[in-house]
Design a protein. Structure first.
Ligand code: T1G
Length: 693
């Protein structure tokens, strides 16, 4: 949590040391400023080098400090940078691996910058709903020029150091030793005066107003609900239109505005939520994982094929098993077609396509897959079928192979019990389309081994998925919550809304797709099958019959060309259908309900708070480890708007007492039995707390 100080000959070296990425927290800033002051006071020191220990120069300001007093406590990041820039002895930033955000801004305040090739250079603040708030918007344009700087700041994407020669006074050879080379460089320039300061440069861009106006229009179009991208444009513009100090003031003012926005808090919440999701309290981070060098997939249907692609994309060979040759052929052809579509879009090279397809083999015989390190079954969602598969897998798979089920609702403990090795069984619930959706629900059975869970978490990273651990319950985290959301959607139809109004309200809130368009996409018959099971297993749970009536009309959704809406070939647009709306209105009459006008606000509250309330129960029962895991499930698997941070985060921003008030109101309405407040929600509301602490 500090910075180390050493003197090499006539050069003082200050090494930032705040693992894991040298986030510049208060302790680190304090130690580094002390180091500069120590170097200035030492006559034997002619120059100063600042570098970073471990795997980064610096990943930027310490995001964990934001919205706490430490973030602005002196020496602030501004003070640290000003101390370097105003130093009477040259300060050299020696950069390697990662130099981002405040780390890059620190280097821009130094008189010189030297780097190893391959270092990731970025001002990624926009991805956190912020802008570079320590001079980056004013200094980077002065070094790179207006356009390249604006592109880096608005995109937030990293650029390799060797691609930014204008930023560095020297880029060393890949086999050079950074410290030795940086000290030698510092000795070389130790007596050069005046000290070069980025702030003294001018941004030269003829007709900059036209370029900036074009940038404003472009960014406004793509930023959606996020305010930060446009603020980035306006503050970078100040590097041309204002004097340096005025530009810095303007940047500060806009930064302090953004850091208070809900959008930024939501993005920062999601940043940490994604990372903390892979932490399981009773599974130490150093738990040994089993090597996954090959995979077998049972079932070459939509899910099986998509799952197979994830492994192929990660360079893991896959053996695809089916019961019939034509199913196998169809599955393989679909995988190839998917890759060819990606190739046509220019997002895949022919070489990569061939390499991936080269890793794919297939078989009709279970005996052929016994040596795979992991097998994922993606067969029909029926316990009898799962039982047959797992009994067979138990026979043929080598000891230590991981047996994973892609079930979306069935009991993983029951499936594990079909084998003699329940400790090797785990749920890996992929979301359709499995090769696209980032979410992977990792379902931990009672008997699942800790190393198996650790392996699945590591594998999710390798497959570029967001792995979220769930306990065993009906629907795990995502589907269990979406069930309550769907119930409310159905009840709203009975009370007076129509599909189009509900979907529009949900999409205005920010959902990628409202419940009825989502049903038409996923297939209304899937929900129908689940409800039929529920009517038997849990008769006490009521549902609107409208979705069943719709299926009885044969309207399963896009796959039948008609569902809640009509669809035209080649047109993704959903067209309201009179017969469906008539069925809904008639159904209200059959129930003796006088339809009423329902506000969009009520629609959104009932859809979102039904998720929140069920999420609170899931938390209470320990099915989810933390509220932010539930948020990750909804942000990466269910199209919940990122700028609202996920259902639990959103409830915190609304205030849990307000959520509880609304729930108690709906509990008095039609089908009010669905609104039993979760005890955890009531308790947190009473204690004035939130789900996310
Ligand atoms: N502050 C605090 N913690 C950070 C951090 C940061 N800036 N960056 C990463 N971490 C933690 C992360 O939570 C995780 O913690 C661990 O480090 C490893 O991260 C004023 C306002 C640097 C490319 O936005 O992009 O400067 O889980 O798993 O894959 O203008 O982390 O181990 O407990 O991602 O090797 C701007 C964000 C800050 C960079 C490394 N900087 N970080 O990737 O490891 S705002 C950023 C990243 C700022 C100034 C503004 C990546 C990385 P844990 P990781 P990685």
């Amino acid at each position: 949590m500090t910075a180390e100080y050493q003197v090499h000959g006539a050069v003082a070296v200050i090494t930032l040391n705040n693992p894991p990425v040298n986030g510049m927290g208060l302790e680190t800033r304090t130690a580094a400023v002390k180091g500069i002051q120590q170097a200035l006071a030492d006559d034997a020191v002619k120059a100063i080098v600042i570098t970073g220990a471990g795997k980064a120069f610096s990943g930027g300001a310490d995001i964990k400090e934001f919205n706490t007093p430490k973030a602005l406590a002196e020496p602030s990041l501004h003070t640290f940078i000003a101390t370097a820039e105003s130093s009477t002895k040259p300060v050299v930033a020696a950069i390697h691996t990662v130099c981002m955000g405040g780390g890059l801004e620190l280097s821009l305040g130094c008189h010189y910058r030297v780097a190893m090739p391959g270092a990731q250079i970025a001002l990624p603040e926009v991805k956190l709903g912020l802008l570079p708030g320590a001079g980056g918007t004013q200094r980077l344009p002065r070094v790179l020029g207006l356009e390249p700087a604006l592109n880096m700041i608005v995109s937030g994407n990293p650029v390799a150091s060797e691609k930014l020669p204008a930023l560095f006074d020297e880029i060393f050879a890949a086999d050079a030793d950074l410290l030795t080379s940086a000290v030698a460089f510092a000795e070389k320039i130790a007596d050069v005066r005046p000290l070069p300061k980025v702030r003294d440069r001018k941004v030269d861009y003829p007709n900059h107003e036209a370029f900036l106006q074009f940038s404003r229009n472009t960014v406004k179009a793509m930023a959606g609900p996020f305010p930060a991208p446009l603020e980035c444009v306006e503050t970078v513009a100040a590097s041309v239109t204002m004097k340096f100090e005025d530009g810095m003031k303007f940047e500060r003012e806009r930064f302090l505005h953004l850091i208070q926005t809900t959008e930024s808090k939501a993005l920062r919440h999601a940043f940490f939520a994604e990372r903390v999701a892979s932490k399981v309290p009773d599974v130490p981070a150093d738990t040994p994982v089993r090597p996954i060098k090959s995979a077998a997939i049972i079932g070459a249907g939509t899910m099986g094929g998509g799952i197979a692609m994830n492994f192929l994309n990660a360079g893991i060979p896959v053996k695809l098993l089916e019961t019939r040759q034509e199913a196998l052929d169809k599955g393989i052809a679909t995988i190839r077609k998917n890759y060819e579509n990606t190739l046509k879009k220019g997002k895949l090279t022919q070489e990569k396509l061939d390499q991936r397809m080269g890793l794919l083999s297939s078989t009709l015989a279970y005996e052929d897959i016994g040596q795979a390190d992991i097998v994922v079954e993606a067969v029909f969602e029926e316990m009898g079928v799962k039982e047959a598969v797992f009994r067979k897998l138990d026979e043929v798979m080598k000891p230590g192979a991981i047996l994973a089920t892609n079930t979306s609702t069935l009991d993983v403990d029951q499936i594990a019990a079909f084998t003699q090795r329940p400790q090797d069984v785990i749920g890996t619930h992929f979301f359709s389309p499995a090769n696209v959706m980032k979410l992977l629900e990792i379902v931990r059975g009672k008997a699942t081994g800790k190393d198996v869970l650790a392996t699945a978490l590591a594998l999710s990273k390798k497959l570029k998925k967001t792995g979220v651990v769930s306990g065993v319950c009906d629907g795990f985290i995502g589907n269990r919550m979406i069930e309550q959301y769907s119930r409310q959607a159905g009840f709203l139809l009975e009370e007076g809304a129509l599909p189009e109004q509900v979907d529009k309200a949900a999409e205005k809130f920010g959902f990628a797709m409202g419940p009825f368009r989502m049903g038409d996409l996923a297939g209304n018959d899937i929900g129908w099958a689940i409800r039929k099971r529920r009517y038997v297993e849990k008769p006490e749970i009521s549902y609107s019959k409208t979705a069943d009536l719709l299926c009885e009309m044969g309207r399963y959704g896009q796959k039948t060309g008609a569902g809640w809406y009509d669809y035209k070939a080649g047109d993704r647009k959903a067209y309201p259908n009179e017969d469906v709306n008539a069925m809904i209105v008639k159904h209200s009459a059959d129930l003796g309900i006088t339809r009423r006008k329902i506000s969009d606000e009520e629609i959104v509250e009932r859809l979102v708070y039904s998720l929140v309330n069920e999420g609170a129960l899931i938390l209470e029962e320990g099915i989810a480890l933390r509220a932010s895991d539930i948020d990750m499930v909804y942000l990466t698997g269910y199209g919940f708007p990122l700028y609202r941070g996920g259902p639990m985060f959103y409830a915190d921003t609304v205030g849990l007492p307000n959520v509880l008030l609304a729930i108690n109101k709906y509990a008095k309405g039609h089908q009010g039995g669905a609104w039993k407040p979760a005890p955890l929600l009531s308790k947190l509301a009473a204690d004035g707390k939130g789900f996310n602490g």
